[in-house]
Design a protein around this ligand. Structure first.
Ligand SMILES: [Zn+2]
Length: 500
């Protein structure tokens, strides 16, 4: 599904230290966080309703300034606010105690500022850009970023919980760590850090001010890893459109995976991304398809012809697409696709049938990146049912993917994640639960697929019922093969019951 509703307002601080030269602070998010677990980020968080009351002016930037100040204080202990004589406070036990009370919800940020006779000054929070989370994530934020200086006499103190640690480095050092795959940066953090790395420390405020109104986060390339670029698009889905991720894998030479959008805006997003890469002198080597479903292949033929590149897929996908897309090379399980250059240029092809007979995933051993197509989704459950889906085969494919011990998962649906093992295990557990629910329902008597789907997927909206029925059929076929259920035909109507 496409995330509905407006993105939630948020604020973040690029904190730099006058003593540390051109160093900036990044905090690593804990693996338990729902949004971007394990990623490095600028300290920040959601705008609170109370932030508006403290804002030094009426604009969204002003409210975000207060949220930035509060979140920075909560997460790092740094308080950027000024007293009547114009200076920021130095670290002291009373502020430390206030921070603890704020985190425990016993006191508000406003009360702390009043108690300490402090106020937020606009000039301490220089606008650095506004970024909106793309549609691939069901959790979306519109984040206002600020450049701030660490006040003299204050330092960073992280309480573990939401954050694992804090790290000072120059922007260039952070980019180098990212390029080696040692530091995951969310797209806005990458964009801002990369920008700052291009200028001497002293000119950051001026350069950011120059750029702040020109940032179009929808056009910024989204790269979670150096050799994996994500292009968010809207694709046809079962019953309703879905957000999907088209990937560009590699650097100077690259593959395009699963060009599936039906609408003009999706095609334009892919075209823009390809054009930007060509402008850098990069070359598209081939289009890869994970499987034959329309949301993964809709633009394969058009783009293949337009870009004059071949389309590659599994033999079984080729057969299913034979009237629509010409597959010029069939890919085998275990073969390695080698790009001519780049640190991470080898992508191993792994046949993972179950959702679709010719389903492939692509794994880069050097980086541990796994491009998973529809084997795993981080937002929905994958439909596995007849005629082309097969549940027992699908479960084996999930186990095969688990053995890769991948470090980062790039699904077609949903945000990429570091929690690869957890996501795959979640998929396996989910199927187990559904099977138990099916057995439990059948223990109460014979039923048709439609009744089973309604009983097991309670409260599901009607456009999604066909997909639910398919899941139920997939489950029944597995149980039939195991001899646990049988299918009966009463006057043309099929129903299912347990084998005693
Ligand atoms: Zn699919």
């Amino acid at each position: 599904m496409i995330p509905s509703g407006e993105p939630r307002p948020a604020a973040a601080v690029i904190l730099h230290s006058p003593d540390g030269g051109d160093k900036v602070l990044l905090v690593q998010r804990s693996n338990q966080m729902k949004f971007l677990p394990g990623f490095y980020a600028f300290p920040g968080g959601k705008v609170d309703v109370q932030d508006k009351q403290l804002a030094p002016g009426d604009s969204a930037w002003d409210t975000a300034r207060v949220a930035a100040a509060r979140e920075l204080f909560e997460e790092t202990g740094v308080l950027i606010a000024r007293g009547s004589e114009g200076s920021c406070p130095v670290a002291n036990p009373s502020l430390q105690a206030a921070r603890k009370q704020l985190l425990e919800g016993k006191i508000s940020f406003r009360e702390i500022l009043e108690e300490e006779k402090l106020r937020i000054c606009s000039s301490d929070f220089l606008p650095a850009g506004v970024y909106v989370t793309p549609i691939f994530s069901p959790l979306r934020f519109q984040t206002w970023f600020f450049l701030c200086q660490l006040p003299a006499g204050q330092s960073i103190e992280i309480f573990t919980g939401e954050l694992q640690k804090a790290q000072w480095n120059t922007p260039r050092e952070f980019i180098q760590l990212w390029e080696q795959g040692n530091c995951l940066l969310s797209p806005p953090v990458l964009s801002l850090t990369d920008f700052l790395a291009g200028y001497p420390h002293g000119s950051w405020p001026g350069q950011l001010q120059e750029r702040v109104d020109r940032i179009d986060s929808q056009k910024d390339p989204i790269r979670f890893y150096p050799d994996v670029q994500l292009v968010p698009v809207v694709c046809p889905g079962p019953g309703m459109p879905q957000a999907g991720n088209v990937y560009l894998l590699g650097r100077e030479d690259f593959f395009l995976v699963d060009p599936g959008p039906l609408d003009e805006s999706g095609l334009a997003a892919i075209d823009n991304a390809l054009q930007a890469r060509k402008n850098q002198g990069h070359r598209l080597a081939a289009i890869l398809l994970t499987h034959h479903h329309p949301d993964h292949v809709s633009q394969a033929r058009y783009l293949g012809e337009k870009e004059k590149v071949p389309v590659w897929a599994h033999e079984l996908t080729r057969q299913l697409l034979k009237n629509t897309v010409t597959i010029s090379r069939t890919l085998q399980d275990g073969e390695v696709l080698e790009l001519p250059n780049g640190a991470w240029r080898n992508w191993r092809v792994i046949h993972t049938p179950g959702h679709a007979p010719g389903h492939l995933i692509f794994f880069n051993e050097q980086s541990g990146c796994l491009v998973a197509g529809d084997l795993v989704s981080t937002v929905t459950s994958i439909v596995v049912g007849p005629p082309e889906g097969h549940l027992a085969t699908y479960l084996n494919s999930l186990k095969k993917a688990l053995e890769l011990e991948a470090k980062m998962l790039f699904p077609f649906h949903g945000p990429p994640t570091l929690l690869v093992r957890e996501e795959i295990l979640k998929g396996l557990e989910h199927r187990e639960k559904r099977e138990q629910a099916l057995l439990e329902r059948l223990s109460r008597g014979r039923a048709t697929v439609a009744i089973l789907a309604k009983d097991i997927y309670r409260g599901l909206s009607s456009p999604l019922l066909p997909a639910a029925s398919k899941q139920v059929q997939g489950g029944l076929i597995k149980l039939l093969e195991e001899g646990q259920v049988r299918c009966l035909s009463d006057g043309g109507q099929e129903s299912w019951e347990l084998v005693e």
